[in-house]
Structure formats: structure tokens, C-alpha cells
Design a protein around this ligand. Structure first.
Ligand code: ATP
Ligand code: MG
Length: 417
């Protein structure tokens, strides 16, 4: 029989739409890793009776109830009062909790406010959960047959407490399983294409569990393996990761949190090669991705944000005649940008991008989303034409990643031959 959970988000800023609830989806995903199924997400405003009512209902239907938010020191933070009410007990001062809050303020060299004392109050019979990322301790209590966890709403604190307290206190419900995780970074194909190649691995109740998520234009394939020992879980996760790599081939650029730019940096470093950029429609985005990786200076020389035609011409040597004949967004201009940058920076490789990010700027034969990406290297210059869907931001991001991926594939292939 499945173990069930209900997640409750507390805060008027959530019910009013000022803040979007991201805590509940996060918690559901983490619970799923233990095989715990979330039945529902609920959002309640800062109101003692309504929070306590939600708690009573949730604890009747699920064995695990997680509440985020409303633990702060201010008058509108009412979750601890609501929990006490639902449990039918008083709030009592937890001396150890008070000492911890006082220590937190001392470490920061700040005076503790009297209102912070309320954060050390707990419903009688409940347990405090230390908060390594903030002031307010969390709360653990049993209500009916349910385990109730209350943690702060601040996402970073919530995540930290999930790892420190919630998941460790639920492992028995996961049947004593040990878990191992692998993540593979994938780029160059759509999520549905990737998912269809992995369809047989992506069942709901299978072990290892394989799933895909998209963030920042990059797909992550996440593998979670369960076994009775950690070594066995790791072995199974690695084995599945290997199968995924074989199925997806060149689409896989890295693992466990690698970025595309980090993968490119590594390949450049291996070959002792350098990179420079000529960025029009991305306005420096590629440079930002590249320099976000520590140690980028070993392979990255610099770039030109060549937005105006005059800059393309004067700084990168694109012939005026090319600009006039073909327009800035064209194959010949992309090519000239890349070769011009490569020469001027004396780099092994140059990436150049020019495109129409929208919403304006389109012509009959040049729609929004049209992008030329050029790569100049020791073997000459190559241009790819793409037509990206989506708004300005999506087109710019997609362009930057596509350029980096073009270089990555080139470097990977050169290395093999
Ligand atoms: P604190 O002790 O820091 O006040 P708290 O438990 O009182 O923590 P809240 O005051 O409810 O937490 O929320 C703090 C901030 O965390 C909110 O302003 C909001 O930005 C963010 N937050 C709260 N709940 C959520 C949620 N469910 N999803 C995403 N962000 C949230
Ligand atoms: Mg608060």
C-alpha cells in the first residue's frame, strides 16, 4: 500500500497570487523519491482557524503532512498556533530552541528581538527541528496517525530542512530503501523526443525511476535507484545511466549538475584550445554562460557584443558589401563575424551569432526566431541556420545554448578522429 502525503502552503501572499507556490511541487518531487505519493497541494491564507482546519483534514487523509510558511516572528505568522489548536494543546516555550535562536543572532552579531521568542514556542508534545539556514526552527508532531512537519516558507530554508529532517524521518516508510541519484544533462533534441527514446525506462513504479525535466532550455534526465544497500543502489543508478547514455549518444553533454558551458570548457581545456565570441542577438549571453564556470579564464579570451552593423564592420571586419547585400541576419555575415573574431582575438575557435529575437524586426523572408550560428576553427568555418519558437527571451537563450552545443559537438568529434 502506498504511503500518502498532503502538502500545505501557508500565506496570504500565496492565496492572493503575489507569490507562486514553488515549495509544494518541490516537496512532492522529493517525497516521490521515497515512493511516497502526494494526494494534494493546498494553499491557505494566514488565518489560525483555516490553517488548523486544513491540518485536521489533511491528517485524516494522509500519513505524512508537510506545511511550509507562517513560522516567522510577526503577527501574521500563525502556523504554530494553528498546529497547537489542531492538536488541542497549548504552546510552550522550548528552552533549547530559544538558546539556538539566540546563538543564531549572536553569530550574526545582531541583537535578538523579543518577538523572536515566539519562534521558540512549540505545541506541547511537539519536537523542534533545527534550522541550519535561518532563525525559525521547524516543528515535528504527530496528529492522529499522521506525521506532521512544519518548516519555514523561505525556499532555501525549506529545502535545507527537507534534507536535514523530513526525508531522514520518512525513510522507514520507504521500506528501508537506500537511494542513489544520477542526473544527465541533455541538449539538442526536444523533451518529447528524449522521452520517447527512454519510454521503456520511464514507467511510474519502476526501479530505477527515470524522469526528465527542462530548465533554462536544457533537459535533465534524472535517475533514482532504490536498493537495500547504498552500494547496490549506486550500481543500479550507474547501470541505468550507462543505458541512457547509449540511447541518447551525443545529446548527453554531462552529468550531475554540469552545465553545457562547463562541458565546452572542459573539452577546450583538454585540447589546449581557446575561444572567443561575436554576439549580436544574444547581447553577451554566451559570454555570461561561459564565464559562469570557474576557471573559464584558462580557455576563454573574450568577445564582442556586435549589435550595430557599424560594430560588426569596424570591430570585426565584416565587409560593408556583405551587410548591404545580405543583411546582418544572414549566413555570409555570420561566417564573416566568426572568422573576423577568430583572427582578431587570435583564438583557436570563434562562435558568432546573429538573429532576430523579436518581437519586432521580422521581414517577409526573415521571421522572428531566425538565427545563424557560426563556428570558425582550425578546420574552417561552418554555419547553422535555425528557426526557434518562443518569445525574445526563449530565442536568445536557445541561440546561446545552440552555439555552445555546436562547439561541443565539434570538439568531441575532433577528439575521436
Ligand atoms: P520567516 O521565518 O523567514 O518569516 P516563514 O515560515 O514565516 O519564514 P513566510 O513568511 O510564510 O515564511 O514566507 C517567507 C517568504 O518565503 C515569503 O515572502 C515568500 O517569498 C517565500 N515563500 C513562502 N511560502 C512559499 C511557497 N509556498 N513557495 C514559494 N515561496 C514561498
Ligand atoms: Mg514570515
Amino acid at each position: 500500500m502506498d504511503t500518502h502525503a498532503i502538502v500545505v502552503g501557508v500565506g496570504t501572499e500565496l492565496t492572493s497570487g503575489l507569490t507562486v507556490d514553488t515549495n509544494s511541487p518541490y516537496l512532492s518531487r522529493r517525497l516521490a523519491e521515497l515512493g511516497i505519493v502526494t494526494l494534494s497541494h493546498q494553499i491557505v491564507d494566514d488565518h489560525v482557524d483555516r490553517i488548523s482546519e486544513a491540518l485536521l483534514q489533511a491528517t485524516e487523509r494522509a500519513e505524512v503532512v508537510i506545511v511550509t510558511g507562517g513560522l516567522g516572528p510577526t503577527a501574521d505568522d500563525l502556523t504554530r498556533q494553528a498546529l497547537a489548536k489542531a492538536m488541542g494543546v497549548e504552546l510552550v516555550l522550548d528552552e533549547a530552541g530559544l538558546a539556538e535562536i539566540a546563538a543564531f543572532f549572536r553569530r550574526r552579531g545582531r541583537a535578538m528581538n523579543r518577538t523572536n521568542r515566539v519562534q521558540a514556542m512549540l505545541p506541547a508534545g511537539a519536537e523542534a527541528l533545527a534550522n541550519a539556514a535561518g532563525t525559525a526552527p521547524g516543528i515535528f508532531a504527530r496528529l492522529g496517525k499522521a506525521r506532521v512537519f512544519v518548516v519555514p516558507g523561505v525556499p532555501a530554508e525549506m529545502r535545507r530542512m527537507t534534507a536535514d529532517h523530513i526525508l531522514p524521518r520518512l525513510t522507514d516508510l520507504a521500506g528501508g530503501w537506500r537511494l542513489a541519484y544520477r542526473t544527465l544533462g541533455v541538449f539538442g533534441a526536444g523533451e518529447s523526443d528524449i522521452a520517447s527514446r527512454l519510454a521503456d525506462l520511464m514507467g511510474r513504479q519502476v526501479n530505477p525511476l527515470v524522469g526528465t525535466t527542462v530548465a533554462g532550455g536544457v533537459i535533465s534526465v534524472r535517475i533514482i535507484a532504490r536498493a537495500q544497500t547504498e552500494a547496490e543502489a549506486r550500481r543500479r543508478a550507474d547501470e541505468t545511466a550507462q543505458i541512457v547514455r547509449e540511447r541518447l549518444g551525443d545529446y548527453v553533454f554531462g552529468s550531475d549538475g554540469d552545465t553545457l558551458a562547463a562541458a565546452v570548457g572542459r573539452l577546450l581545456g583538454d585540447r589546449g584550445a581557446t575561444l572567443c565570441l561575436a554576439e549580436s542577438c544574444t547581447g553577451g549571453r554566451i559570454g555570461q554562460l561561459v564565464t559562469a564556470v570557474p576557471g573559464a579564464s584558462e580557455t576563454f579570451l573574450g568577445g564582442v557584443v556586435c549589435y550595430a552593423n557599424r560594430v560588426k564592420r569596424d570591430l570585426l571586419g565584416v565587409p560593408e558589401a556583405l551587410l548591404t547585400a545580405h543583411g546582418a541576419v544572414s549566413k555570409p555575415v555570420a561566417e564573416a563575424l566568426a572568422t573576423g573574431a577568430r583572427e582578431r582575438f587570435a583564438a583557436t575557435y570563434a562562435l558568432a551569432v546573429t538573429g532576430i529575437a523579436g518581437p519586432g524586426g521580422a521581414t517577409e523572408d526573415k521571421p522572428v526566431g531566425l538565427v545563424y550560428t557560426a563556428l570558425a576553427g582550425p578546420a574552417g568555418v561552418r554555419v547553422e541556420r535555425s528557426l526557434f519558437p518562443g518569445g525574445r527571451e526563449a530565442v536568445r537563450m536557445r541561440t546561446a545554448l545552440t552555439a555552445l552545443n555546436m562547439l561541443r559537438l565539434d570538439l568531441a568529434n575532433v577528439r575521436e578522429s
